[in-house]
Design a protein around this ligand. Structure first.
Ligand code: FAD
Length: 433
């Protein structure tokens, strides 16, 4: 008799809450990862760097399990069918997994639970990827927080050492079971080719934490942690990062991790905001959605140097600096009057650190349509942002070498007029409501 531990977005053995619980329970444990066609089939790029990353991290875990004398199962298929099959092949007493707050993950988990209930197999789930989840933090009135400021105060007030204590799973790996592992699909069998795009490593230096507050807003400095991808797939532990932030007294960096928790609980409470503006008064904006202008934005040919540099950085590396993400998003939504969901989808396709909760949350923040967002009438000026954060054009020159030459395109819109056009469209939606 064994227990299964179903890895999802927690690709590590170390400080993994659900895995630690499974290893401390009665039965030996077999870890499992399922490549889900529902997710993979939606990816357009057959060289998607995130798939290669997951594939390699799963392989690393498989080797780690092997070194500890245990098996690691890798399967391709719908999780309900895969787990149903495993119930036939193995004597499974329980399935363990960590919470995932995205709408599709919740649906998938409910279906797995139904199957396990039918077979009288216990299903144990745990909080692992955030410090506070779901309704652990609520307002005095018992409602979810919708505004970051009070959420953050309540997050900090509730935090105790226990909340960021790490679990001792690595030392218990001897409890991994050995079973017949079966076929391990290759990347090609999953329908993908190996990506050559480099991914950031998972190191967080003290230097980054010490200089973060002073340099985080300067895109040319590249001084942020680049841990987004690792947080997304759980190749680092959020508790360890909180420990590091506290030890270095890096309050600003800690605040960024709190933003991440904030958006996760927001998406969990309001799953419809993944595809719909939170503010009902702004659901009827008559977007222009001009395809040619959208294409110019995607390719970094708008004639606005900061925006073009950001989009080219994204296309070339799968990363864009946060300050530039805000400017590029604002430009698309307000200056081009293109639906924020088009931009959200493009970022989702390209960002290595794509995280539905943070992407939707930030796009809605910029659009002014979110639960917590900047006022809808605020429009970033791409030129003012450039003057403030890349005065010497170091970042722009890095990504737009033809900037300042005749080859660089003229601006595709006029700033002031396009700003007024956006404000009128927003106002009209509010009036129609
Ligand atoms: P650091 O600056 O070192 O911060 C550390 C970690 O804190 C990040 O890795 C991330 O997990 C978290 N974090 C930082 N800022 C935010 C924030 N504003 N909201 C939520 N979490 C934050 N972040 C994503 O992780 N995935 C996304 O898909 C995403 N899409 C975005 C879209 C737009 C339009 C904007 C304006 C921001 C988006 N962000 C997103 C937030 C932010 O830009 C990135 O988290 C950050 O740039 C990643 O770089 P880093 O890992 O070096 O972060």
């Amino acid at each position: 008799t064994i227990s299964l531990f179903w890895h999802r977005r927690d690709l590590r053995f170390e400080d993994n809450v659900g895995l630690a619980a499974a290893l401390q329970a009665e039965h030996p444990v077999v870890p499992l990862f399922i490549f889900d066609p529902e997710i993979l089939d939606k990816l357009e790029n057959r060289h998607d760097a995130r798939v290669t990353f997951i594939y390699d991290e799963v392989e690393r875990l498989r080797q780690e399990a092997k070194a500890a004398g245990g098996s690691f199962l890798v399967r391709y298929g719908h999780p309900v069918q895969v787990i149903q099959q495993l119930l036939k092949e193995l004597d499974v007493a329980a399935v363990y997994t960590n919470h995932d707050y995205e709408p599709y993950a919740a649906t998938r988990e409910a279906a797995v639970k139904e199957l396990l209930d039918k077979h009288s197999v216990a299903f144990h789930t745990f909080k692992d990827q955030v410090i506070f989840e779901k309704d652990e933090l609520l307002t005095k009135g018992g409602l979810p927080y919708k505004i970051y400021g009070p959420y953050k105060r309540s997050w900090l007030a509730k935090l105790t050492e226990q909340d960021y204590q790490t679990s001792p799973s690595a030392s218990h790996l001897a409890k991994l079971a050995t079973v017949k592992a079966g076929h391990h699909p290759t990347l090609q069998e999953l329908g993908f080719e190996r990506s050559k795009e480099p991914v950031p490593d998972r190191k967080l230096t003290l230097h980054t934490l010490e200089h973060y507050a002073a340099t985080r807003d300067l895109p040319a400095r590249d001084s942020t942690s680049r841990l987004g991808l690792h947080l997304r797939f759980g190749t680092v532990s959020i508790r360890k990062l909180v420990q590091r932030a506290l030890a270095a007294h890096s309050d600003i960096w800690l605040s960024e991790l709190i933003w991440r928790d904030f958006f996760m609980q927001l998406l969990w409470h309001f799953p419809h905001t993944a595809t719909q503006s939170y503010d009902p008064k702004l659901r009827d904006i008559r977007w222009r959605n001009n395809e040619a202008e959208f294409q110019a934005w995607c390719e970094g040919r708008t004639g606005f140097p900061l925006i073009d540099a950001g989009m080219r950085q994204l296309n070339a590396t799968g990363f864009m600096h946060n300050r530039v993400r805000m400017a590029a998003a604002s430009f698309l939504i307000k200056n081009l009057l293109i639906d924020w969901r088009w931009g959200e989808a493009y970022f989702a396709e390209k960002l290595l650190d794509y995280e539905m909760a943070s992407n939707v949350g930030n796009w809605q923040w910029v659009a002014g349509t979110g639960a917590d967002s900047q006022p809808w009438f605020r429009v970033f000026s791409p030129d003012a942002q450039l003057a403030k954060f890349d005065k010497q054009h170091a970042y722009v020159k890095q990504w737009v070498p033809e900037f300042g030459t005749a080859r660089y395109p003229a601006p595709i819109v006029e700033q002031a007029a396009s700003r007024d056009r956006a404000l009128a469209a927003y106002r009209a939606s509010r009036e129609r409501h």
